[in-house]
Structure formats: structure tokens, C-alpha cells
Design a protein around this ligand. Structure first.
Ligand code: S3P
Length: 164
């Protein structure tokens, strides 16, 4: 089966849903952020702090292009849609957008210390969510609302709409 890419804002549940979806479909699972941390042997926040966002985006771009075309559920990072090359690359893939409201994101990330963009006081994150939403939509084959829904419900809905 063609690999499935999960996209969506920070806190949309890409990792949690990705693992469960992979189990349900009997596919393997990759978390791109974890993969970047393993290959660079650095935490994402350290890459941002030491090398800057653009360096991270370049690693992220290369990691995306190297993902397996078949047999995997792949959770991307929330900023994957920032680069047009990434959006173009994802356009003909099986992309699922986990759509989440600002209220839910705020609740889920209330205690988060690890996401550099979330911690960046100079950025308006609500505005960032608004500006990314059309970019996620642009590449999505399936859009699933995650607000007030259980993991099982979300996985079942994705499963229903997938091309197998
Ligand atoms: C980012 C989201 C993070 C991670 C990095 C940048 C972003 O992934 O890739 O901190 O720009 O929104 P999650 O969406 O898994 O938090």
C-alpha cells in the first residue's frame, strides 16, 4: 500500500494517530521529527537553537524526500508545508490533514517545553495556524477534524476514506 502522510499543526495528534493508524492497517510507522533527532543525534530544539530554523527546514526537506513510498504511515512536522517544494512533493501522495482548532491546540500544548516554534514569543501562533491551514488543505486528499474526537474515531474515519 502507498505510504500515508499525516500533516497538521503542532498538537493535532499526528504522532498518536499515526501509530494507531499504522497498527490498524498493519503498516510500519515513521515519525519524521524522531527520525531527524536520530540521524542528527540532536534534539529538534537544539538544532533550532544552534543552527537556526532554515537549517532545520533543509534537514526536514531531505528527510521527507527520503521517506519510503510504500508501506508506511509517516507523521510529518507541523511546518512541513512551509516550503513550497515540500507541498509539491506531497501533492501526489496519500496525505491526511488532521485539522484542529486553535482552542484545542492551546489546551494540548499548554505545558509543552520542547517545540521551538511554540516557545517563540515573537511569533503569533494563532496567526501561524491560520496561515498554514490553506497549505495543509492544498495537499490533503483526506481532511479529518480532530476536535473532541477520540483516537479510535479519528483512525476509523481515516480508514474509511483511504485508497487501498
Ligand atoms: C514545527 C513542528 C514540530 C517540529 C518543529 C517545527 C513547526 O513538529 O517539526 O518543532 O514548525 O510547526 P510537530 O508538529 O510534531 O510538533
Amino acid at each position: 500500500m502507498e505510504s500515508i502522510y499525516l500533516v497538521g499543526f503542532m498538537g493535532s495528534g499526528k504522532s498518536t494517530i499515526g501509530k494507531q493508524l499504522a497498527k490498524r492497517l498493519n503498516l510500519l510507522y515513521i515519525d519524521m521529527d524522531e527520525q531527524i533527532e536520530q540521524t542528527t543525534k540532536k534534539q529538534i530544539k537544539t538544532i533550532f537553537a544552534e543552527e537556526g530554523e532554515q537549517a532545520f527546514r533543509e534537514i526536514e526537506h531531505q528527510t521527507l524526500k527520503a521517506t519510503p513510498k510504500q508501506g508506511y504511515v509517516i507523521s510529518t512536522g507541523g511546518g512541513i508545508v512551509e516550503r513550497i517544494e515540500n507541498r509539491q512533493w506531497l501533492l501526489n501522495k496519500q496525505v491526511v490533514y488532521l485539522k484542529t482548532s486553535w482552542e484545542t491546540v492551546k489546551k494540548r500544548l499548554a505545558n509543552d517545553q520542547d517545540r521551538p516554534i511554540w516557545q517563540d514569543q515573537s511569533q503569533d501562533k494563532q496567526l501561524l495556524l491560520q496561515s498554514r491551514d490553506p497549505k495543509y488543505r492544498e495537499i490533503a486528499k483526506i481532511i479529518v477534524n480532530t476536535d473532541q474526537r477520540s483516537i479510535d474515531q479519528i483512525v476509523a474515519e481515516i480508514n474509511l476514506h483511504l485508497h487501498k
